[in-house]
Design a protein around this ligand. Sequence first.
Ligand SMILES: NC(=O)c1ccc[n+]([C@@H]2O[C@H](COP(=O)([O-])OP(=O)(O)OC[C@H]3O[C@@H](n4cnc5c(N)ncnc54)[C@H](O)[C@@H]3O)[C@@H](O)[C@H]2O)c1
Ligand SMILES: [Zn+2]
Length: 361
Amino acid sequence: MARALSVSLGERSYRIVIGDRSAWQADPLPELVERGREGLLVTDANVARAWLPDVREALEARGLRLSVLTVPAGERSKGPDALATVYDALLAAPIRRDGWVVALGGGVVGDLAGFAAATYLRGIAWIQVPTSLLAMADSSVGGKTGIDVGGKNTVGAFHQPRLVLTDPGFLVTLPDAELSNGLAEVVKAGMIADPVLFDLVESRAAAVLGRDPAVLEELLARAVQVKIAIVEEDERESGKRQLLNLGHTFGHAIEAALDYRGIRHGEAVAIGLVAACRLSTLLGLAPSELVGRIEAVLGSCGLPIRGPGIGWEGLRPRLEQDKKAREQGWSFVLTGGVGNASVHRRVPEAAVREAAAYAEA
Ligand SMILES: NC(=O)c1ccc[n+]([C@@H]2O[C@H](COP(=O)([O-])OP(=O)(O)OC[C@H]3O[C@@H](n4cnc5c(N)ncnc54)[C@H](O)[C@@H]3O)[C@@H](O)[C@H]2O)c1
Ligand SMILES: [Zn+2]
């Protein structure tokens, strides 16, 4: 059984359908078709191999005409060269103002194709079909798009999709490490705002790792709803959306210190979540048992809870570079316990250092 969640953003509102592809047939594609039948589907080589024929058939059965562009898999496809190939494909099709883009893939394809849709002819409609857990639970929600130009996510735009079609069935071909990568964001969502989601991961981690469809659907519906509620309040990240950065100030610092090599985003976030929980307990905001609890759940998801041993001297400049940390002294998203997060400013550096020494060692 599929569920449809609504993202209410005035005229930029859209639906996120979570369920088996057969349920897509009931969804409001016709409204998009009225705008124009021509679309460009962008995907990567791994996803194309596993799922392109199925998805193409499902969309073409609805009367849509698709051109397809397959980019190489991996973050390198989120750069200006890959973007130019998307524009070339849009022009070659040709896709007009009433046409649209389909992003079939993980967060890389979503960010790349979404940014192309945001900018081509000053913005055309797009549909997201996320295939990695990270994309399903996180990056397909909220309309952030962008590419890497001389640094990570340096160029981007807010451009909400018109529809998100999420089928947990795609996760059967996702490598285990990528599934774990996405689970870090799911645990984060539970930690920020949904104790039931946190309990679900805690109690059903084996079923999640085994790709149990019913458990995955429930988990995704909850994680997506957490992000929807925050995005609805703060579409452009001027306030509440910062909560989504729980674990990310430390996580980004770790990724940046390693030059984004040898560690996945979710792995860095997992260590960052441990550090943020430790920092919260050091400041007396959360009970000390919280650290053990987050470590256990992350560990059961196949995520690291310590490392990679950069040390304070390497980490400190990266933490200071994080724009969220720099605004007012040391600023962090901290937690008072599962389901509760808030932004704290002027956090004492000694506590930050101690939390880093605990988790990052
Ligand atoms: N826009 C946002 O709000 C937002 C939020 C978080 C992350 N991001 C971005 O997302 C990107 C990371 O996304 P990601 O972790 O999905 O990486 P990714 O898109 O590179 O996907 C990870 C790997 O899994 C493969 N894959 C994806 N789905 C598959 C499937 N069903 N079967 C087999 N293989 C599959 C891909 O080919 C790739 O090799 C980063 O660039 C990050 O900046 C964006
Ligand atoms: Zn993240």
